[in-house]
Design a protein around this ligand. Structure first.
Ligand code: HEM
Length: 395
């Protein structure tokens, strides 16, 4: 339903967790360029505008500098090369891609299946589970195997990455607990790097230390930043995507029946969930020169938020965009970004989500139940999904 009264948009507003969609519609339809002067940012929310911004990195810089300072002062703490521009970004991305190869990702498939079955078995016997806990454990194990984190250290990694994703809602400042967790994680990776320098293995950490383009190498601090980014970005987003897919299918029994009967492929479930309610709500850019947008000249240095979740519900691109429809064309989804910063882990996230959901369809009856009243949302403003999602299953 169209909202006509004046609204305010701030991504940290906890009221947006349960139902951000009317606000996003208002932004797209009535405020295609929105300005929040108090918070000091501008907002683009239409599919065309968000895509155009991603395609023009010279105008929309990822090197936020002071642009985010005002309302998210500590945002760059875990960003690594996401917050770089060319040519620095190009070099870093090429070096990191030497370790994070499609082959390395593809080889993980049997292991993801094995892990899912192992986690699922006791839960099926009990008949009830917190789906969010289940969904978090698998990506942590997968990214840990990729990086080369020993099994004994994984609970620590899980605990630290959970803490890091919990920002202070009100002002974007990192809480002391988050700062502490960042420092602990950085020192953990520093010791892992020291071990791999002494005894290289066939893991991503060793590959990052070896990466070389015409004599250019990653400095130790870049390897640490990359491992931190992969650990955090890789765990939480994929886990949250799984929670949302599970809840959305439960809320749409007609769609669920098509999945369990085999009429639709699980890949459609993953893609439509990414579009309809993907984990990444927005990203930020800094404008490098004064630019006219929707008739307003936005000054150089302005922080511009690209609201991915709003663009993915844009009726101008996706007919009946508010309908969860597993057979729709999702090829223009922006869930993983676009252009040179396109998500490096997209193929891993898609593989993990597909394998886990395939295993669930195989092992669990279609008439599972979600206790929505007892569910809770993730507090991080940029990672949409559930922190708890109590579920009962039959097999
Ligand atoms: C970048 C979303 C999973 C690693 C991005 C961006 C988005 C995104 C929107 C672009 C950010 C920007 O342009 O500012 C997601 C979603 C995921 C997911 C929705 C899960 C469903 C992963 C995984 C990994 C990963 C599993 C790694 C293990 C990265 C990295 C970048 C990135 C390294 C930065 C790329 C660059 O700046 O060149 N992701 N991501 N992501 N993502 Fe993901």
């Amino acid at each position: 339903m169209r909202q006509t009264t004046a609204m305010v948009y701030h991504p940290n507003n906890p009221d947006l967790r349960a139902n951000p969609w009317p606000t996003y519609q208002w932004l797209r339809d009535e405020q295609p360029l929105y300005h929040n002067p108090g918070a000091g940012f501008w907002v683009l929310s239409r599919h065309a505008d968000v895509s155009a911004a991603w395609r023009d990195p010279a105008l929309y810089s990822s090197d936020h500098g002071p642009a985010l300072e005002h309302w998210a002062p500590d945002a760059s703490a875990t960003m690594g090369f996401v917050a770089m521009d060319p040519p620095q970004h190009t070099l870093h991305r090429r070096l990191i891609s030497q370790g994070f190869t499609p082959g390395r990702v593809r080889h993980l498939e049997p292991r993801i299946r094995q892990l899912t079955r192992a986690y699922l078995q006791p839960l099926l016997e009990e008949g009830s589970l917190d789906f969010a806990d289940f969904a978090t454990a698998i990506p942590v194990d997968v990214i840990s195997e990729l990086i080369g984190v020993p099994v004994a250290d994984r609970p620590l990694l899980l605990q630290l990455s959970r803490q890091i994703m919990t920002r202070d809602d009100a002002n974007g400042r990192l809480t002391p607990a988050v700062r502490q967790a960042n420092a602990e994680l950085a020192s953990y990776y520093a010791s892992l790097i020291a071990e791999r320098r002494a005894r290289p293995r066939e893991d991503l950490t060793s590959a990052l230390l070896r990466a070389d383009i015409d004599g250019e190498r990653l400095a130790e601090r870049d390897v640490i930043a990359t491992l931190m980014l992969l650990g955090v970005a890789g765990n939480d987003t994929t886990a949250k995507l799984l929670t949302t897919a599970w809840r959305c299918a439960w809320q749409h029994p007609d769609q669920r029946a098509r999945l369990w009967s085999g009429e639709l492929d699980v890949g459609c479930w993953v893609e439509e969930t990414l579009r309809y309610e993907g984990p990444s709500a927005y990203t930020a850019r800094r404008l490098t020169r004064p630019t006219e947008l929707h008739g307003v000249v936005v000054p150089a240095g302005a922080c511009v938020l690209l609201v991915i979740a709003a663009a993915n519900r844009d009726e101008r691109v996706f007919p009946a965009a508010d309908r969860y429809d597993l057979s729709r064309d999702t090829s223009r989804t922006l869930a993983f970004g676009l252009g040179q910063h396109f998500c490096l882990g997209a193929s891993l996230a898609r593989l993990e989500a597909t394998v886990v959901l395939q295993e669930l369809v195989r092992a669990v009856e279609a008439d599972y139940e979600v206790d929505l009243a007892a569910a809770s949302w993730a507090v991080s403003p940029n990672v949409r999904g559930h922190a708890t999602l109590p579920t009962t299953v039959k097999r």
